[in-house]
Write a protein that binds this ligand. Structure first.
Ligand code: DQA
Length: 147
């Protein structure tokens, strides 16, 4: 019951970055919240952020070896990265895509997601609460598979 939570570029600046869009909660706060919930859901967690596409791909490859699910906010790579989509397509367990903002309410270039072609579910516009909702969903999907 190990879940990877992966975060793409600029999310290291969460809390400081365009707070009118992304809020004041930091990524460290998000990680703390995820860890608390993971305890309740009896999930182990790996939580990562990178501004580099290849690191996210390498973490997806690592997840292939050990993880039962992935929660991913690919940030801007959502809209550009065939490579992240290809990596996720090598990963069989549940994948939930998270966006803090409601990407559909924003610029047209944010309306298309390569990652959504693989994701089992997508959460957008729930603020950082989306991460908790995504973890709950992944835990449920893991339980259903085990049943
Ligand atoms: C984001 C939405 C993306 O369009 C944007 O590039 C981000 C963050 C979100 O969480 O709302 O960096 O993924």
């Amino acid at each position: 019951r190990l879940v990877y939570v992966l975060n793409g570029p600029n999310l290291n600046l969460l809390g400081k970055r365009q707070p009118h869009i992304y809020g004041h909660v930091t990524l460290a706060d998000v990680e703390a919240e995820c860890r608390e919930l993971a305890g309740e859901l009896k999930l182990d967690l790996r939580f990562h952020q990178s501004n580099r596409e290849y690191e996210i791909i390498d973490w997806i490859h690592a997840a292939r070896e050990e993880a039962g699910g992935i929660v991913i906010n690919p940030a801007a790579f959502t809209h550009t990265s065939v490579a992240i989509l290809d990596a996720l397509n090598t990963f069989e367990p549940p994948v939930v895509e998270v966006h803090i903002s409601n990407v559909h309410k924003r610029e047209a270039f944010r309306h298309h997601s390569y990652v959504s072609l693989r994701a089992d579910g997508v959460i957008a516009g729930f603020g950082t609460q989306g991460y908790s909702l995504a973890l709950q969903r992944v835990a449920r999907l893991i339980d259903e598979k085990a049943a």
